[in-house]
Design a protein around this ligand. Structure first.
Ligand code: ZN
Length: 206
């Protein structure tokens, strides 16, 4: 399944290319911590092999004194296979699964009736499952605040919010689904047994 994409060659030849499932970390740069002003932030670069053969570059920023940390992910190859990615989220660990939704991807949590339609919503681009839940929560709260006090929809919204809170605590089981008709979206599961990818044939596209 390995693609001979020219952008990959330098990684393949360099010392950071690695076998499937393994990460090799390399500190590329460091600077003063913006949080504690004392520690040194190391930028740790690692390449993650996505199960379908593509690669992601993960940058981690970690302070050696305080608990400041941040990370960012850049897809190194473009997943060209349109498909439906499904992740069963059942516990707190699953919430750490990485999600990259390309602008062509539709992201859904069917159990909660929550959908992000394809389009340039940058705040849903790259995050983890927990991040997705927080973004949904704030979007639902904004929606709720715009309803009239006696709107019958309010109790339904409150139930969604209640379930979202449980989900954030890892106490509500749900499915996170990305339908990407062009390819480019990713889910990097914490537990691979909870992840499925179904290729979409052209004929199935709406
Ligand atoms: Zn610090």
């Amino acid at each position: 399944m390995y693609k001979t994409d020219p952008t990959l060659k330098k990684f393949k030849l360099g010392n950071i290319y690695m076998a499937k499932e393994k990460r090799s970390n390399k500190i590329v740069y460091s600077f003063k911590c913006p949080s504690c002003q004392e520690g040194k932030i190391d930028i740790i670069k690692s390449i993650y092999d996505v199960p379908d053969g593509d690669k992601m570059l993960i940058l981690k920023f970690v302070c050696n004194i305080c608990d400041f940390h941040k990370s960012d992910v850049i897809p190194l190859t473009t997943n060209t296979k349109p498909g439906i990615m499904t992740l069963r989220v059942m516990n707190e660990d699953d919430l750490k699964s990485k999600i990259y939704r390309s602008p062509a991807g539709k992201l859904e949590i069917p159990e909660l009736d929550l959908v992000v339609e394809p389009g340039p919503r940058a705040d849903f681009y790259y995050t983890n499952v927990e991040g997705i839940l927080y973004r949904f929560e704030s979007a639902v709260l904004i929606y709720r605040n715009n309803l009239d006090d006696n709107d019958p929809e309010k109790s339904e919204i409150d139930e969604i919010l209640d379930n979202l809170k449980k989900a954030i605590d890892g106490k509500f089981k749900f499915t996170l689904k990305i339908t990407d008709t062009q390819g480019g979206s990713y889910i990097i599961p914490k537990n691979k047994s909870k992840y499925t990818f179904k290729k979409i044939e052209k004929i199935e596209l709406e």
